[in-house]
Design a protein around this ligand. Sequence first.
Ligand code: PTJ
Length: 236
Amino acid sequence: MIPKSHPRYASLMQRHKIEEGVKQGYVTPTGMIAQGRGEAFDYLIGERTTKPADLAEKAAVAKLSVMRDVVISVNGNIAALCPEDVVELAKALDAKIEINLFYWTKEREARIAKILKKAGAEKVYGTGEKVQVPNLDSARGKVDLEGIYKADAVLVMLEDGDRTEALKAMGKFVVAIDLNPFSRTAQTADITIVDNVVRALPKMIEFAEEGCSVTGFDNNKNLKESIGEIKKTLGL
Ligand code: PTJ
């Protein structure tokens, strides 16, 4: 039992959600490594939503609010950390929710669908027949025709490697939430939010419900500013 007064309470609770997801079999064991990597970067940005992250969150919501067909992609870690926020954001943006797993198994897919439905999702994409994203050989390349395949924009979170490039090659607008500003996903997305998903999604819900607009957002500049936040922490 972790006391609420513990200085690292929030971070430890996230850890335990991931641990519980692994025990229940819907978070892949390597999801723990992904979480640990995220924690390290979160530490470096001060475990808070930085100014550039706040602006990127606003810019992402402003853009996604006016796009026709938006899909929020969910993997095991996201299902463990913030399924209710995913559902709420999807409602606020009128977006679809699709399960997309790197270490795909039918069982994990079914468990995650159940979690999302329990969190309030009416429909969950990515649980039936799938079609292939060109040039993406991993299981992430298998997507729902009515979901990610047809989407104009995709929100990806806690993502490994090369999917953002493949989705962009299909002409999609990609928003990524990634605590690591140096990752390939962060560097190739159209809008990169360098923040913890557990802080970013609630803020995005707020922006979507209030309504927001951002003009002249420059993702490269914003990413550099996020890296600047890390430099400040390091005293560089
Ligand atoms: O559930 P599956 O089968 O789809 O598997 C998913 C994992 C997590 C295994 C897969 O996506 C993976 O291996 O991810 P990586 O390569 O470790 O990358 C995850 C990225 O997300 C890293 O850049 C982390 O810094 C970042 N990250 C980790 N935790 C968070 C995060 N970003 C935002 N919020 C977090 N809580």
